[in-house]
Ligand binder design. Structure first.
Ligand code: 17E
Ligand code: FE2
Length: 412
């Protein structure tokens, strides 16, 4: 296949992209021959697929079951999920997760990391999602995080279940230190998760400091463990919303450690603008991590949806540009260059966090995964929340969209 008239990020003019046997072969302004299988991008922006680095596929489409979260807090969400969790079956989880993955495909997402609750003696959700992972691999790469929603040390057999989940096939080990009964349990839980990942050669992704408590400082523990063991990008910290409430001198000190440790931060803009600040009167904190300052400090930040209609968040379309839109507004990343560069947060930075860079990017030799957006450039895409016209995976068109047409009279 030859894609013609493609705009590429950071490059002037229009480009041609040659794909053979599912891989990129050549990217040049003019490529001779190949007149048969031609796709005209029409001057639109071609980018690598979107990455969804943090979603809870076991919980999707359960909002309102058994009740809606009326307080809008993380804590009511966890209580409601504990009730809904008692009713899950393999079939129930698979159906809901596949519906969400279909939605992700429709948005141009091809790489997904999902957390899966392991605080269930049967590990039903994990067993279901391990099946789903195989069944959808033609369309998305799915990583699974063993995520102890109700704690490692604060839930009966929490640690044992976590290890069992890794043995069953989870790719990543999680923890939730800010939710453990005590600060000491929190610190210990991070150490357990990192040690487990080390033992089995897995990645780490910690739900970290998702609370408006300025004394929730588990990110320093995560980063210090990563630094001590030299794990770097193999470790991610998700949410880190307490950072919004840290005093600036402490944040300054923490940033040095984050730079040294070189871990990833995953922020969930719509989720946390909704869940945080719920115990404030006025002024209300925004409760998002410091994305702008992290990016300025060269720390890898990716942004994520987190929830689709679950006990924590009632909405969710998994449109990466909607998440990005929320992020650049809340974090005031609205300089022209900031807007242009921010597309990295839903593409390359996510690929780095998921450790899939070797198969990611429009470069000769890599799998031919790409999107054609209905946009001229990044600015246009972000301003208009542009849709995906084509999603191509390993050289195969897996999505083609014709945008809705509007007929209206012209003003003079
Ligand atoms: N679990 C959690 O601890 N935090 C969240 N934001 C979600 C699930 C969605
Ligand atoms: Fe989460």
């Amino acid at each position: 296949m030859l894609i013609k008239n493609a705009k590429l990020r950071g490059k002037q003019g229009l480009w041609q992209i040659l794909i053979q046997n599912g891989s990129f072969v050549e990217i040049a302004e003019q490529i001779a021959g190949n007149e048969e299988d031609v796709l005209d991008a029409g001057g639109k922006l071609v980018i690598p697929p979107y990455v969804e680095p943090h979603i809870h596929l076991d919980c999707v489409f359960t909002a309102g079951e058994p009740r809606w979260n009326e307080s809008g807090t993380l804590f009511e969400g966890i209580e409601l999920w504990a009730e809904r969790k008692k009713m899950i079956t393999i079939d129930d989880v698979k159906k809901r997760a596949k519906k969400a993955i279909q939605l992700q495909i429709s948005q141009g997402i091809q790489f997904v990391r999902s957390h899966v609750d392991t605080t269930d003696p049967e590990l039903t959700a994990l067993k279901a999602l391990l099946e789903v992972k195989k069944e959808v691999q033609e369309f998305v790469d799915l990583q699974l995080v063993a995520f102890p929603q109700e704690g490692i040390l604060s839930f009966p057999r929490g640690s044992e279940l976590l290890e069992q989940a890794v043995k069953l096939g989870a790719d990543v080990v999680g923890a939730i230190p800010h939710y453990e009964f005590t600060r000491e349990y929190g610190v210990e839980s991070v150490k357990i998760a990192v040690a487990l990942a080390e033992k089995y050669g897995k990645l780490v992704d910690i739900h970290c400091d998702e609370i408006d408590d300025p004394s929730s400082r588990f990110l320093e523990t995560v980063a210090a463990e990563a630094q001590r063991l030299g794990l770097k990008e193999r470790v991610s910290a998700s949410h880190t919303t307490a950072m919004h409430s840290y005093n600036n001198p402490y944040a300054h000190k923490l940033f040095r450690l984050l730079q040294l440790a070189a871990i990833n931060i995953i922020s969930c803009p719509t989720e946390n603008i909704h869940l945080q600040g719920r115990f404030d009167t006025f002024p209300k904190r925004r409760g998002m991590t410091r994305v702008k300052e992290l990016v300025q400090s060269n720390i890898n930040v990716a942004i994520a949806q987190d929830s689709i209609m679950d006990p924590w968040y009632p909405l969710g379309t998994n449109h990466p540009l909607r998440e990005l839109d929320m992020c650049i507004h809340v974090c005031q990343m609205m300089g022209y260059g900031e807007i242009i560069r921010s597309l990295d947060l839903v593409t390359e930075n996510g690929a780095k966090a998921l450790r899939v860079e070797h198969e990611y990017g429009i470069e000769p030799g890599k799998p031919a995964n790409l999107l054609i957006l209905d946009a001229e450039d990044e600015f246009d895409a972000i301003r208009n929340l542009s849709c995906v016209l084509y999603s191509i995976r390993k050289g195969k068109v897996i999505l083609k969209r014709i945008p809705a047409q509007t007929d209206m009279q012209r003003i003079s």
